[in-house]
Each structure stands twice: as C-alpha cells, then as structure tokens.
Design a protein around this ligand. Structure first.
Ligand code: UD1
Ligand code: CA
Length: 485
C-alpha cells in the first residue's frame, strides 16, 4: 500500500454491563486484553499511524494501549457523545501532533472485538480502496440483528444508509445485514464530513454512520463488504459474552496448532493463549493450560492437568500434572506428577523434578534429580546430583533468604534439611535425616543425627496392656517380658 493508512480505535465507552472495576476493553481472553487483540490485528497492517480514543477509566486504558503499541497516539474524549464525536476527537488529537492523515484510508475499529484478524482488515482496506469509495462498511449477515445498525440497500444492491436500531422502521429492523462498526473512509472525505454530522436523533448522539448519508448526498460511492466470519466483529458487553468469545478464540488457536502438527487429545479442555509457541509433534493431554509466552519444543508431552505460564519446555520433555510459572525445563527432562515450579526454576537436560516437589529460584543441573517430596528454594544443584526424598532447602531465616549450593554428582540422603547459606561440595554425601548447617567439603560424608540408642523392652514397660506391648512381648525372645527375667 503506497498510500497512507490511519487506524482509529474507539475505546472510550464505559462498558457498564461488565459490572467490573476493570474497564471493558481490558478484560482478557487468550492471554491478552480485548484491546490488545485488536491492536495486534491492527499492527499486522503496518499502518502509518494509529490513534486510540479513550475516556472512561483512561488512567487504566491509556497506559495499557501504549504498552501494546508504543507508537499509538491517545485521544481523550471527555464525554462520550457518539461514535462520530469520538472520531472527531481522534482527528483533532492527530492534528495536534502534526500527524493528521494526508490522503489514503482511515480505518475505524472498536476496542472490544478480540477475534478480529489482521488479514480481514487488510482485505477490507484493499476492497475499499479498489472500489474508490468514500465510505466502506464491513458488514455481516446475522440471524439476530437486534442492537446493530442495519445496512439499507436499494434494488440494485447499492448502499443507501445505515439506520440505527432506534431510528429503524419495522421493515428496516427485519434487515439482517448489519454494520459491524468497522468502517473505512477516504481520508479527504472523512476530514470534510466529520464536522457536518449532527446529533438530531433518538439518542442525541453524533452517529458516525450518518457519514453514509453525507457521502450519498455528495454523489460519492458507498460500499459494504459482508464478512462471512461474523465472530471477528463480535464484541463482548458482559462476562457471558466474554466467555463465549474466549472459548471461540481458544477453539481457533487449538485448531491452528493441530493443523501445524501438534497432537491435542482433548481440544475442549485444552487452553492455549495467543502468544504461546509450540513445535511440531508436541503432545498435549487433557486438562492443560498453556499460558502467556510459554514455548514448547518438539516431542515434548504436556499434561494431563497441567498449567504452564511463561514457561520454556525443552524437546522431548515430559511434564505431568504440574503447575509452573516462569520455569525453564531442559530437553528430555521429566517433571511431575504434582510438581509446583515457581519463578526462576531451571531444570537441566534429562533432569528430574518429581512428585510433590516445589521449586523456586532453583538451578538444577543436567541429569540432576529431585525425585520426591522436597522443597528446593534459592538453590543451585550441580549436574548428576541426586537429592534424597523429603529434603528441605531451608532458605528463609525469618528475615532474609539465603542460597544453598550443592555440587556435581553429590548423593544426599532422605529427610535432609539444608540450612542456607550452605555449600555441599562435588561428590559429597549426607546420611539420612542430616541437618546440614556447615559446608560439606567435596567427597565428604556429612552425618548430623546422633548415635542410635535402643532401650530394650520399652514398649512392654511403658505401654503395658496395649496391643503394642502385646505385639512386642510376643516377638521378644521366649515371648517373655524382659522385666520378668
Ligand atoms: C455502533 C454503530 C452501529 C453498529 C454497532 C456495532 C453508530 C452510531 N452505531 O452502535 O451501527 O451496528 O456499533 O457494534 O456508530 N465509543 C466511543 N465514544 C463514544 C461512543 C462510542 O469511544 O462517544 C466507542 C465505544 O466504546 C464502543 C464503540 O465506540 O467501543 C461503539 O459504541 P456503541 O455506543 O457501543 O455503539 P452502538 O450503539 O453499539
Ligand atoms: Ca455496541
């Protein structure tokens, strides 16, 4: 496209039906806000400039828009006087920034249509330009047109007007072709027409849709292009609609990954955010959520019943019934079942984090294993080391957090406590039940538990008359109570 393309995104309205302290367009599906999805689609067009109109809760919405699209110009619409007023405010804000459209096309979109795709906008803008229209409407034919502006065409199919629901005659209300709200304008026409739209109508609002009449009156071309996939222009006004859109978005994302070579056993219980990246031959088992910017390499198997947010999973890794956040899992490693990977967990290739193990800020080397029932916080574990069952890395002294370092190829025994800060050397070992409070040199065996003492006949004397004492007596030499000897 040699000509300029300006995109104006309207997001000033209140969205009261959400009944939320969070502004409507900031509600999230597929790991992004609704307006984040729209701005993503807009970005595909590489527009010359983008202006977003904000009003309600603009302290929340403005910064979020700039996070999604730093080059966007924000226009503040103090009072929501209608869609034409919003566009006028946008054009004024652009002019103030010396960024007014100079020719080309101006596209209008809404901030609450998260399924909109860049390809659809691109197609629509191209059709509009090819038709040399003053105004083009992205329309849709729907079974339930209530609430939408209706596209009124003449006998030849030429677009005469958009009539808002409140202004429509009974006959017009029966029309099923609706205005999606996404419009394309010749910029020269828009700049001229926007100031001439009045508000003499049922809602007392400045209707952007009145520009159609203005174009017709000037003998200019108006076209409407129906989009088959009406989901793309659907907005969410309340949370039930938000969930519907979320489910449909997920269905589309999951389907796309299956087409790209990912096995998904149960698409209905698999949730994949828009920014997740999966390789070929990844397998996803039922009840799995892959969220945020999670990346999974080829041949990895994830699930069942696993949630991974912003995680990186290596090739051929196996992650079973796990909750993970900001964790990196190496190639061929195994995790789970019932593992809790907290931020800063890094497991080397072919390592293992096993059942009922919680890890946090823990770098676990290649081939190292923490197989059972342990907490590993603020730790470094060298390659090839095995941590015994039930080991606690005691990282917190009640005031500060400290680190534990375990060297390579160490063998620590069951039910140990490593009281940080402490270092266990390469090739070192510990006995069962050891509480490691001092550094263990390389190759040393650390034992902290006292010598075992046996008090003979303790059960028979101290627990006389109980099944315990009877069992002890029966198993003792000659079946006798040692006191009777
Ligand atoms: C609008 C269209 C209607 C179309 C429908 C599609 C007009 C007059 N009508 O109706 O033909 O079928 O959308 O959903 O354009 N907004 C602002 N500032 C305002 C008013 C609105 O930013 O002053 C924003 C809203 O936040 C919203 C969008 O514009 O994102 C649409 O506004 P809304 O009031 O919902 O328009 P509808 O009455 O639904
Ligand atoms: Ca609406």
């Amino acid at each position: 496209m040699a000509d300029q393309l300006t995109v104006i995104v309207l997001a000033a309205g209140g969205g009261t039906r959400m009944k939320s302290k969070t502004m409507k367009v900031l509600h999230r599906i597929g790991g992004r806000s609704m307006i984040g999805h729209v701005l993503g689609a807009v970005g595909v067009l590489e527009p010359t400039r983008v202006c977003a109109v904000i009003g309600h809760q603009r302290d929340q919405v403005g910064p979020h828009i700039l996070e999604c699209l730093p080059e966007a110009v924000l226009a503040v619409q103090e009072e929501q006087l209608g869609t034409a007023h919003a566009v006028r405010v946008a054009l004024e804000a652009l002019a103030e920034q010396q960024a007014a459209p100079e020719g080309g096309t101006v596209l209008i979109a809404y901030g609450d249509t998260p399924l909109l795709e860049g390809g659809t906008l691109r197609w629509f803008a191209a059709e509009h330009e090819a038709a040399q229209a003053a105004v083009s409407i992205l329309s849709g034919v729907v079974e339930a047109p209530q609430g939408y502006g209706r596209i009124v065409r003449d006998a030849d199919g030429d677009v005469l007007a958009i009539v808002e629901e409140k202004e429509a005659s009974d006959e017009q209300r029966a029309i099923k072709e609706i205005n999606s709200g996404i419009l394309a304008f010749d910029s020269g026409f828009l700049l001229d027409a926007i100031g001439r739209v009045g508000n003499d109508n049922a809602k007392g609002e400045y209707y952007l849709t009145d520009t159609v009449q203005l174009a017709r009156d000037a003998g200019l071309t108006v076209t409407a292009f129906p989009v088959d996939d009406v989901w793309q222009t659907e907005g969410a006004n309340d949370r039930a609609q938000l969930a519907d859109l979320g489910r449909e978005l997920n269905r589309r994302i999951v389907t796309r990954w299956m087409r790209d070579g990912v096995t998904v056993m149960d698409p209905a219980t698999t949730w994949i955010d828009a920014d997740v990246v999966l390789a070929e031959d990844v397998t996803i088992l039922p009840g799995t959520q892959l969220l945020g910017t999670t990346v999974v390499a080829e041949d990895a198997v994830i699930g069942p019943d696993t949630t991974l947010e912003d995680c990186e999973i290596g090739a051929g890794a196996r992650v079973v019934r796990t909750h993970g956040q900001l964790a990196v899992i190496g190639d061929g490693a195994t995790v789970g079942p019932f593992s809790y990977l907290r931020p800063g967990t890094k497991l080397g290739a072919h390592g293992k984090i096993g059942a009922f193990v919680e890890t946090k800020n823990a770098q676990i080397g290649d081939g190292a294993k923490v197989p059972h029932l342990s907490y590993v916080g603020d730790a470094e574990i060298g390659e090839g080391t095995n941590i015994g069952a039930g080991t606690i890395f005691a990282n917190y002294d009640g005031v500060n957090k400290h680190r534990t370092k375990v060297g390579k190829h160490a063998r620590t025994s069951s039910n140990n406590t490593f009281v940080a800060p402490v270092t266990i050397g390469d090739g070192a070992a510990t006995g069962a039940g050891t509480v490691v409070r001092k550094d263990v040199p390389p190759g040393a065996l650390a034992v902290s538990a006292g010598q075992q003492r046996n008090l003979p006949g303790w059960a028979q004397t101290k627990r006389a008359g109980t099944p315990q004492a009877d069992a002890a007596a029966a198993a003792s030499p000659a079946g006798k109570d040692p006191d009777d000897a």
